[in-house]
Structures are given as structure tokens and as C-alpha cells.
Design a protein around this ligand. Sequence first.
Ligand code: GLA
Length: 721
Amino acid sequence: MNTTNPIITLRGGGTALIVELAHPRPRIIHWGADLGDLGASDLDALVTSADPSATHNSTDEPRDLTILPTEADAWSGTPAIEGVVRDGSPYARFVLASHRFDEAAGELDVTLRDERNGLVATVRYRLDRFGVLDVGTTVANESDGEMVYDVGAVTALLPLPDRATEYLDFTGKWSRERSPQRGAIDLGTRLRESRRGRSSLDSPYLLIAGTHGFDFRNGEVWAVHAGWSGNQRYLVEQLPEGAGVFRSILGAGELLLPGEVGLRPGECYQAPEVSFIWSNAGLDGLSGALHRKLRARDTHPRSPRPLTLNTWEAVYFDHDLATLERLVDAASRVGVERIVLDDGWFAGRRNDTNGLGDWIVDTEVWPDGLWPLVDAVREKGMQFGLWFEPEMVNLGSRLAQEHPDWILAPSDGVGAAIRHQYVLNLAHPDAWEHILGRIDALVAEYGIDYIKWDHNRELHEAALRNDRDRAGVHEQTLALYRMLDELKRRHPALEIESCASGGGRVDLGILARTDRVWASDCNDPVERQNIQRWTAQLIPLELIGSHVGAEESHTTHRVTALSFRLATALFGHAGIEADLTRLSREELDTVTAFAALYKELRPLLHSGDLVRGDLADQESVLTGVVSTDRSEAVFSWARLGTSAPAQSGRVRLPGLDPDRGYRIRVRDEIGRTSLHENPPAWLVQAAGDGFSVSGRVAGGAGLPLPTLDAQQAILIHLTSH
Ligand code: GLA
């Protein structure tokens, strides 16, 4: 071998990471496809060919991309570690000190020391059997004296090859989360930041780089996600000189505010875990690896995901026991399994201008406490859930009046209100104890099964009033995590939903301690089809709350067919967000049939592989779930708007086993789908006794899917025979 440096290979799920433990700093020589068992000569060739050329007007020696690139490597791109010795130098030179390789666990820790300042950085790479590579970096101040190291940024970075030429990431706003945006990876830095104190409605979510034209089923793709619920940043960056032998870099990390993290001797900053995923099978390949990883967690919800009714869009703040009892009764008759009482139950909360912070049941509206409602829910064998917004406060609340020092805002006055509310400093030990105590007491008193944990404003000027107005987003995020962890410890069966003005806090940090997310406040199925299919890019369907709303959407005012709304809600953790007492007998029958269908299909929907069709017609959405043994599948074929072609032609159903025969049936329990044409012959059969077809034909040649009227969906169910 040309090198005497140890070469470490992590392999899992068809992916490999190969690291050369070079001095002074190791480098990554491969991230992507598992190259198989490389012999000494192959490794030798890989190492030798990892040396780039020295370009003109550049360093005399070729510039490498190390695992911790900084100016010490003559690296002119985004550094992996930025920081400054307080009143001193920003320059740290980390040098390889030791490593620990646990082959069975797929884990490599690399420790580097900066002798100048007494700093120690450890980068942990863990590649799991699903092909997801988690990177965790810590920086510790191990100096002897008084030195304080102000951490600026720690960014996990991995190289991308020349053929990764396009990016895809996400943005959004209230009621339209996870809007995809796509473009060419150009020279320069594409930097996406969230400075909103939560992962946010416009979260980059998953930054994906890929080969030209990659789509759901095709292309080589590399992606990154920051498992963090506070401020964060994502980047893809290309310098003219490249990145060693690679073309560009992909990275993510926490966005720290100035002065937010100052390390005294003995202290350590642990950057959030950043996940990197590679796939040779397009976007579905990425989601497949991520979903399998999440499903394998000990904490992953395993019980059948209960059909949920949330009261928000049925009654809003209008809490009236008799009305709610009628709703509970109707819900139980259609087959609902969990009732969630949304905002409006606590003291002073008659609208959204007051009450946040006082987590005491409003005795005017609920003179006997929540008991009459809780009893009604339990008598019908359903679970009970309750809405909280623990990190928030209205200034008129008793809590804000008594403890102005608990507000996360500058000491000389709060800034702009958002939805009339401000943020409570959960990092304040007394505030943390108080809020935890209130939630804990209510959970214990009513035996609450489920909390909808909301967070309806961004954090601005998040000053720690109890600590010289230092920036406090980092500590707030950690305090939130501690509170969720403590609640789960005290109430192991409690489930928690992460909501933030809809889907404003969907990330793997919050999902390490919650059980589902509310994808969006928008239940309009035209919008929701896209929101859900892109939310599922990161997380599996059982974690995505998807409720059927009223005929007229409360956010877009679009009126849609019940069957389309139900077909859309099916592909998630389904529920109802509407006033069932207003539905006709016929509509209630359909919702009842839907509830039964959801219960029948949820074992498949919540364990199978998500597959999404690549279609020329942007108004069509093909979403399917295929069981892991490929014996069963369900597809939703949806049309959002009209389009020019009269025929959809043959459309391949992805993910099927070519060697199996399937019987296809139309599942019309959700109501009739309105077609724009006479149905093709196979569909007439599928709507009757069933249509038999092999996976080779349905998945290889495709079936002529019907052209639906706009805002319609049809469900087809395949079982192998
Ligand atoms: C947010 C949530 C909604 C609902 C309201 C209640 O907007 O996203 O689902 O809970 O708050 O105020």
C-alpha cells in the first residue's frame, strides 16, 4: 500500500463510507455505493487516487478535503468548525489524536486535538444497516486556564462527486409546508438557514443532491438532514478548486447565534446529529432507507395508529360540553378511536389573545373540569388527547404577570408579538419545573393518552433575561427536549404530537421524543396531496397526521368531494378534523366505511415501502405503499387539476414483484370517483370481481389509469394470488 495510514470502511444498507486516518487530519475517500470487499491493491488505488492535482495559483501541495476542514487545511469553503477564543484568536488547528472503530456497531470516532488552545473535537460516524450515516460532532474545551471558547458553528460536511449536479430542497409557509424547489448546483454556496427558533414551515427539511434529472424512482442521490428543532443551516457548496477530488460538499448543522455557546474549561458543545443518506434508486430510495431506520427504533410507535378526531376545525374556541358530547358520540359511531380536545380549554382562553401559560382547566366553561368529556370519551372506549402550547405565553396570563422574568425576551422590553403571544424561557429552571408540573398533573389527573404539543410563533430576540440577555435558542431547544424526555419517562404510554402552526416542527430531533407530526393546518386535499408526499420524503406515513377536513377547506375555501378528502387522509396517521354532526346520513356512512378501510389497510400503510410515480403530467399524483414482501399494495391515483391530454396512457405501478400475480380491486368505500371518461376495460373488471395482472405487466408495461375529473382520487388495492 502507498499509505501506512489506517483505512476504515463502514458499510451498511448498500452504502459505504471510507476514511483514511491521515495525519494531521483524516479525510473521506469515499461516500456512496458500497464498493464491496476491497483488497489491498484496490484500497491502495483508492487512496492514491484520492490525491487531487495542485491547481495554479493555489497551495504548492494539492488541497485535500479533510473530515474537519478549516483554514488550517488551506480550505477556503465553509469550515466544519468556526469559533473564537474569547478576546483572542479564531484559529484552531485540530490534529488527529486517536480513533475508535467498532466494526459491529458500524461506528468510527475520530478525535482531534488543537494543542494551541486546548480544544478537542470528536467526530462520530455511524452507518446503520439501512444505509443512513449519522454524524455527531462534539467540541470540548480541555484547557487548564480561564480560556473561554465561543463556538460559532459546527457543520457536518461530506463530499459530493462531480456527477451530483442538481439539488432539491424545500421551503413553505403556513398551510403550504414542504414546497419543493430545485436547481443546478452552481459554483458558490447555496445556504439555507432557519433563524426562527424552530425547524420551521420553510424548513429546508432534506437537502438532496443528485445526478441530472433524478426523480422518485431514478438517479443517484445524496441527502442531508439536521436532527434539530432550533435554528439550523443546510448548504451545498462548490469551490472552483473543488473539494479534494470531489466537486462539492453537502452539509448541515445548528445555526448558533453570537455568544450563544461559550465553552469554559471542562465544558463541551455537542452538535445535533446530522444524517446523510445515499441512494442509487432516486428519492424513493432515500425515503426507503430513512423510513426503515425510523421504524427500527425502540421508541417507534408500534400499536395500530388510532383513527383520531381533533376538535379544532369542528368547534374552534367554542367549547360547549353538549356540543362536544354530540361530536364524541358521532365520532364513536363512525369508528374513531381517539378524541383530541384542541385549544380553548384552559383559563381565559376564549380566543387566541389570552390564556397561554395558565394551564388550568377553565372553570367557567368546564365547571366540573374536563371529566364529563373525558368520561364520555372513555365510556365509548376511545383515548383522550389534549392540546398544549407549553413554550408560549400571553402577556395577560397570570403566569406572565407573576413571572415577567420567565419570558424569553430582552430585559428592556419584549419585541413583536406573533399571534398575540410570546415565548417562555424553558431554560429557566423555575419556569421549566412549573410548566412540566402543570402538564404532568393534568396527564396524571385525567390519564391523558396523547398531547398535541403546539408551537405557534417564531423566536426573535430570544434573550435569556436571567443571564445577561444572552441568546437562548440553543438552550431553549435543549430544555424542550429535556421536558419531553421527562414527560415520557414519567408517563411511558403517553404519545405526543409535534405541531407548530401546522408542520413547522418536523425534524428527527423532535421525532426522537414525539410520536407523530401535524403535517399542516391545510386539509384541502389538493394542497395536502403535495404536503404529505413531500413530508413522507423524510418520515413514514404512520408519523404523519392526516385528517379529513370539511367540504369547504378552512384555509383555502376550496370545496372538494368527500372521496378525494378521504383518499388523501388515508395515506398517513388518519383522522377527522371536521364537525361530524353536520354530515348527512349518507356522508356518515361513507366516513364509517372509510374508518373500516383505514383499519384494514393500516398494517400495510404503516409498514410497507412508499412508492411514488414519476409522471409527465404534473396534475396527477401516484402514491403507493407496497408491503415489504411485495404481496400486497395500495395505490392512490389522484388528479389535482385538469390537464390537456385526454388519456393518461399506461402508467407503471412501481415497487411490485414482477414474478407475482396480483388481483386488483377498486376500493370504493370512500365513495364514487368522478371520471372524465368511460373507464378502461381493466378498471371495469377491477371495480367488479377484480382484475388479475402480473407485477411484470402492471409494474413493467403499466396500466392505462383513468383520467379523473379534477380534484378526484381513486384507490386501487392489489393482493397477490
Ligand atoms: C395551530 C395548530 C392548529 C390548532 C391551533 C389552535 O394553528 O396548527 O392545528 O391547534 O393552533 O389554536
